[in-house]
Design a protein around this ligand. Structure first.
Ligand code: NAP
Length: 261
């Protein structure tokens, strides 16, 4: 991957050569002592969020995955909607095994693994899957009041069974993005990457809780039949370009809310 646009000092230092994995990690560092929420998403040339198989992997690339992994490696929490957890078949969230990133996590007082946090209204989740039973840290499940009592009881039973699930029942029908992020911050998880999907991401933007959008433009058309429709925003929310990496003919764009530039 090469840097096409970015901070002057990084541009000068990396001009004309591939950036190293450590440099990629630096380009996605988190602000110390501050809460920060970034989105990590991939989109196609025709604006699709998933390939014909309904998965984001088919519109991704090795370069996109390198950024995806760098963003995860120093995150406190990985936030996803129930739709994404079910569609993408999330596996367990393991401890970060790359020695450089693991050392940085220790130095910064972070847990060995990011915590997976799932937002679900229905609580219709694959409770017995390894993502819940084998993640290194307890999985946080954030829900509102919309699930029926049977689903709620099932979730409580799973949460109470072996302590692998931290069920957060908020008092509103939908899970407010701010309330979800507050619950994560209360658990010592200030640096959050939202890996989608589009509905949850839109809620973060609606409540102006998204600080950074890391959006890969993938050099493919996929059609939008598998891309979910969302509720829609009342008005557009602008972001400012911070850097652009290129690799595998894709563009890995980092955008910031203007207040944070
Ligand atoms: N291109 C990418 O980078 C990318 C990333 C992620 C996902 N995707 C794709 O996007 C598709 C899924 O999209 P999606 O919009 O359905 O994903 P999503 O936002 O992950 O899922 C929507 C579901 O999440 C829960 N949810 C989200 N916000 C909520 C809120 N405020 N309160 C309560 N529950 C909330 C609900 O779950 P319940 O149904 O459990 O109530 C809702 O049905 C899949 O095809 C996936 O592959 C693409």
């Amino acid at each position: 991957m090469r840097l096409l646009h970015g901070p002057d000092e990084v541009m000068t230092a990396t001009a004309g050569r591939e950036v190293t994995p450590e440099e990629v990690l630096d380009l996605y560092s988190w602000p110390a002592g501050e809460r920060w929420v970034r989105a990590m998403m991939v989109t196609t040339l025709d604006g699709a969020a998933a390939g014909p198989d309904g998965l984001s992997g088919t519109i991704s690339s090795a370069a996109d995955q390198e950024v995806f992994s760098a963003v995860r490696r120093l995150a406190d929490a990985v936030l996803v909607g129930g739709g994404t957890l079910r569609a993408e078949g999330y596996g367990p969230m393991p401890a970060v095994d790359d020695e450089h990133a693991a050392r940085l996590r220790r130095e910064r007082g972070k847990r060995p693994a990011p915590v997976l946090a799932v937002v679900s209204g229905s609580l219709d989740l694959p409770w017995d899957d390894p993502v819940f039973t084998d993640s290194a840290e307890r999985v946080v499940v954030l829900t509102g009041t919309s699930a029926d009592e049977a689903a709620r009881e099932r979730a409580r039973a799973h949460a109470g069974r072996d302590g692998r699930i931290d069920l957060v029942e908020l008092g509103t029908e939908r899970v407010g993005a701010g309330a979800a992020l507050d619950a994560l911050a209360e658990r010592g998880l200030p640096h959050v990457v939202c890996e989608g999907g589009p509905s949850l991401l839109e809620d973060l933007v609606r409540e102006d809780r998204l600080d950074e959008a890391d959006i890969t433009l993938s050099p493919v058309f996929a059609g939008t039949a598998q891309t979910p429709r969302t509720r829609g925003l009342e008005q557009v929310a602008g972001f400012a370009l911070a850097h652009v990496l290129t690799g595998d003919d894709g563009l890995m764009n980092r955008y910031l809310r203007p207040a944070h530039r």
